[in-house]
Design a protein around this ligand. Structure first.
Ligand SMILES: [Zn+2]
Length: 407
């Protein structure tokens, strides 16, 4: 930390030395009325010390002089969504097809989604994923646009005709194109029934190659058979899993497979925005029927899944056009409709997600040495989970992006 500050100070001297504008970045202290650390602990009247982009101390806040007094609020780690589509948006005609749009339109829409999610308290998201994510990721990292720390799959494997060798080639190309994570579709869309599409051999080839290259891999799978093959192949995470039973939940738990059900936002968002989607691809009447019927099925699947205490249930929304910035609805729905304990939902959207993204030592918890990614919400999400939708303060990497706590 110290040497990092020295480098910054030297850079500042180099830039501003002649004009005397050197101002060393001062350490920041935040007082939290309630602090939820992301790993299941709660503390009252806490103080968090931050130096540069990192947390240096979490302690008792009573006697401290503070930079930001958030004593009326609950402070928690910046939220993490393991599954968004950051470029997905409604075009000029209001439709999800984005007809007649320029690359600049698409880039601005992605930037708007990034901003909406950051303002909603999401300081890291994983996009599953498209080529446009790469320049968006870099622009956010450089501080040119305000958005969550972004990880992306860049591509998605959907072609079921590939040989195992060609599947491995896809994985290598994704990595060469800058992918942080690999994405494959092992089953049909829920709008087409969700049946398994990739063979077990293709799934094994993809997950084996990703692992060999040190990359994580997300598998889109509704069918139980596809989920089973994914767990047995050592894939990192299964998204959706709408048709799983106790047997697949047990299998994923046994293999340490992260499970990412998407039950509270994506289907509801399609239905709320039905006219904007209807008539595009498989968004037809039959597709919407599958979507509507899927909501209660996914809810009962989730109620089954949370009974498996050793299953690592992470929080991804699968946010598409219309959903960015509403990501916390997933957590609210899990608690209110799914009966999940609020602390478990909060851990899923913080520390557990950080682990699934391979960033467990950097984000997802409030502790010394972690990135200063933290938010404040109005209310106590442990007793009222909707507090996660009332974000009043957002800090990412030590920089404050939102502060309406004084209003
Ligand atoms: Zn998706």
């Amino acid at each position: 930390m110290r040497s990092h500050c020295t480098v910054l100070a030297l850079a500042a001297v180099t830039l501003f030395g002649q004009t005397g504008l050197v101002t060393a970045q001062q350490p920041v202290t935040i007082r939290a009325g309630t602090l939820i650390d992301g790993k299941g602990s709660v503390q009252r009247n806490a103080a968090i010390a931050i130096d540069g982009s990192r947390i240096t101390k979490v302690g008792n806040g009573a006697a401290e002089t503070v930079t930001y007094d958030l004593s009326r609020f609950t402070v928690l780690p910046g939220l993490i969504d393991s599954h968004v589509h950051i470029g997905a948006h409604f075009g000029k005609d209001g439709r999800a097809s984005n007809a007649g749009e320029t690359p600049a339109d698409a880039a601005l829409a992605a930037a708007a989604n990034a901003y909406a999610m950051l303002m909603a308290g999401f300081t890291t998201v994983q996009s599953i994923g498209a080529p446009i994510d790469v320049p968006v990721r870099e622009a956010i990292a450089r501080g040119q646009i305000a958005g969550p720390r972004l990880l992306t799959s860049v591509h998605q494997l959907t072609d079921t005709r590939l040989t195992p060798d060609e599947v491995r080639q896809f994985v290598r190309e994704s990595v060469a194109d800058g992918a942080d994570v690999i994405k494959i579709f092992a089953s049909k869309s829920i709008r087409e029934g969700g049946g398994q599409t990739l063979s077990d051999a293709q799934i094994a080839a993809a997950c084996g190659e990703a692992k060999a290259l040190g990359k994580r891999i997300w598998v889109h799978a509704h069918a139980a058979s596809a989920v089973r093959a994914s767990a047995l192949s050592g894939c990192t995470a299964v998204a959706h899993g709408s048709q799983i039973t106790d047997a697949e939940a047990d299998l994923m738990a046994a293999h340490g497979t992260y499970f990412e059900p998407n039950i509270g936002l994506v289907s509801q968002n399609y239905i709320e925005n039905r006219p904007r989607y209807l008539g595009i691809g498989n968004y037809d009447e039959a597709g919407f029927k599958f979507t509507e019927d899927g909501i209660p099925l996914k809810l009962s699947m989730f109620k089954m899944a949370i009974r498996h205490k050793d299953l690592k249930i992470i929080m991804g929304t699968d946010a598409v056009a219309g959903a960015h910035g509403h990501n916390a609805r997933e957590a609210v729905y899990r608690v209110q409709a799914g009966g999940q304990a609020a602390m478990d939902a909060i851990t899923a959207v913080t520390a557990l997600n950080a682990g699934a993204l391979g960033l467990g030592d950097r984000i997802g918890a409030l502790a010394p040495g972690m990135e200063a990614d933290l938010i404040a919400v109005d209310g106590d999400p442990l007793s009222d989970i909707t507090a996660l939708q009332r974000v009043v303060f957002v800090m990412k990497g030590g920089t404050v992006y939102r502060n309406v706590a004084g209003r």
